[in-house]
Design a protein around this ligand. Structure first.
Ligand code: UD2
Ligand code: MN
Length: 476
């Protein structure tokens, strides 16, 4: 298990005179132990002279132990730099973070979820970049902490994107963005951030308009701040030498106070403020939302004017040229044709996709030429050519030389299907990781066999946990 940053990172050194950081952690009904793991890792793994303070914002949790017991614990074991702020009503993580940030006095703000473990040397690489350019916002690589075993494992370096459903997704880093003078340790330009873990100069956070305080509880704020950073003159990077583990849960363990769909409410707000004519891409997937109300956005529209921000088209052209744009807004030349050209991508491996635990092979549920077909486990047949997968340099998995294993662009809860290969990455990119896992880049999850749900042998995407249901081997 690779717990610490890789070798090239270990060789790096950082200036001593870095700006000091205020770490803001907003929580609602968090497990006491998970919250303490977050706070202790920060205190233990941050040089004292760089840690200005840790601000815990209790978003009006119901759990008893998060009240007096937490105060007592902090006083007894973490005296000095930890402040606890308590919201008198539930605000949600977006206004919650704004409340925390307003109390902070360090030069840099660092936001963390309340169920993390920061790794060694996590902060210096982030601060060093902000020190060089205060208009740069930086994210660590988010490692995986298993929700079942709480074990820490590293994740591949990927960058942030999104789809027209306005869901965040991960993308492989385009080759052109990799390397440079610093090789594998260089900051990676990222079109979006996942949302939970990032660092930003505090004055810049305020100048750039903090967050949209009309957004409730959970969702969408990560895309909103990402678009705003890029469109209004800033930059957003993922820093490969900074790693923070995060517990990815199968389901969100809480709802909104009145059961509202806050992700949709928040996405609508950001679409109306930032997407210009491209909001039609969202509405063509969600026609039901065209006439839905989203509250007053005039302050945010005003902010966009005041900051003199670029158009969303500029963002797509300059920051996320890989994004596919169907319909009337389509680019004159879709990168799909540029990317692939007439040449087929080079084959890296060919064989059956073998599942260790069940001793079976992954095949099409129906005919392998049927677009949209699901994939299932069946007995391996070594004479059957329709069981042969090709793994190519574009990271595609092509069955029977025909269709690509694909994750729907709109909903990550759907199982993978066989679709026409589109050559533009994202939903069709897979990587084989340690523990033999098969990692889907855009959803950031692993191909897993689910026997308890659905019929035997069916597969679905799940949080990577290294369990035997997630172990695959492509064998010739
Ligand atoms: C991801 C982000 C999360 C946020 C979210 C979109 C990562 C690792 N996580 O979802 O930070 O950007 O996308 O909104 O990138 N919380 C409150 N009050 C609430 C609800 C949540 O304080 O009403 C806290 C919660 O305890 C946690 C943080 O906000 O510390 C983020 O919530 P999450 O962990 O449920 O979000 P996650 O990781 O699914
Ligand atoms: Mn989280």
């Amino acid at each position: 298990m690779c717990r610490t940053p890789g070798m090239p990172c270990k060789k790096k050194s950082y200036p001593v005179d870095l700006p000091v950081a205020s770490v803001v952690i907003c929580f609602y009904n968090e497990a006491f132990s998970a919250l303490l793991r977050t706070v202790h890792s920060v205190v233990d793994r941050t040089p004292a002279h760089l840690l200005h303070e840790v601000i815990l914002v209790d978003d009006n949790s119901d759990f008893d132990d998060l009240k007096g017991e937490l105060d007592d614990y902090v006083q007894k074991y973490l005296p000095g730099k930890i402040k606890v702020i308590r919201n008198t009503k539930r605000e949600g993580l977006i206004r919650g973070r704004m409340i925390g940030a307003a109390q902070a006095t360090g030069e840099v703000l660092v936001f963390l979820d309340s169920h993390c473990e920061v790794n060694v040397m996590w902060l210096q690489p982030l601060l060093a970049v902000i020190h060089g350019d205060p208009h740069t916002v930086v994210c660590p690589v988010i490692d995986i902490i298993s929700a079942d075993t709480l074990a820490y494992s590293s994740s591949p370096v990927v960058r942030g994107g999104f789809n027209w459903g306005l869901h965040f997704k991960w993308d492989l880093v385009p080759l052109a963005e990799l390397g440079g003078a610093d090789g594998a340790t260089a900051p990676i330009r990222s079109p979006t951030m996942a949302g939970g873990l990032f660092a930003m100069n505090r004055q810049y956070f305020n100048e750039l308009g903090q967050y949209d305080s009309g957004m409730d509880i959970w969702g969408g704020e990560n895309l909103e701040i990402s678009f705003r950073i890029w469109m209004c003159g800033g930059k957003l990077f993922i820093i490969p030498c900074s790693r923070v583990g995060h517990i990815f849960r199968k389901r969100r363990p809480y709802g909104s106070p009145e059961g509202q769909d806050t992700m949709t409410h928040n996405s609508l707000r950001l679409a109306h403020v930032w997407l210009d004519e491209y909001k039609e891409q969202y509405f063509s997937l969600r026609p039901d939302l065209k006439t839905k109300s989203y509250g007053n956005i005039s302050e945010r529209v005003e902010l966009r004017k005041r900051l003199g921000c670029q158009s969303f088209r500029w963002y797509l052209d300059h920051v996320y040229p890989e994004m596919q744009i169907p319909g009337p807004n389509a680019r004159p030349q879709q990168p799909i044709f540029i990317n692939r050209g007439p040449k087929r991508p080079r084959v890296l491996q060919r064989g059956r996709l073998y599942h260790f635990q069940t001793n079976k092979c992954l095949v099409a549920q129906g005919r392998p030429s049927q677009k949209g077909s699901l994939v299932v486990l069946k007995a391996c047949d070594y004479r059957d050519p329709t069981q042969i997968w090709i793994y190519n340099e574009e990271h595609e998995l092509v069955l029977n030389n025909l269709l690509c294993l694909d994750m729907s662009e709109t909903r990550s809860s759907d199982p993978p299907r066989l679709m026409k290969c589109h050559g533009s990455g994202g939903s069709q990119q897979w990587t084989f990781g340690k523990n033999n896992w098969l990692y889907q880049v855009s959803v950031g999850q692993c191909l897993s066999v689910v026997d308890t749900l659905g019929p035997k042998g069916s597969v679905a995407m799940a949080i990577c946990d290294g369990s035997s249901s997630q172990q695959w081997h492509l064998e010739g």
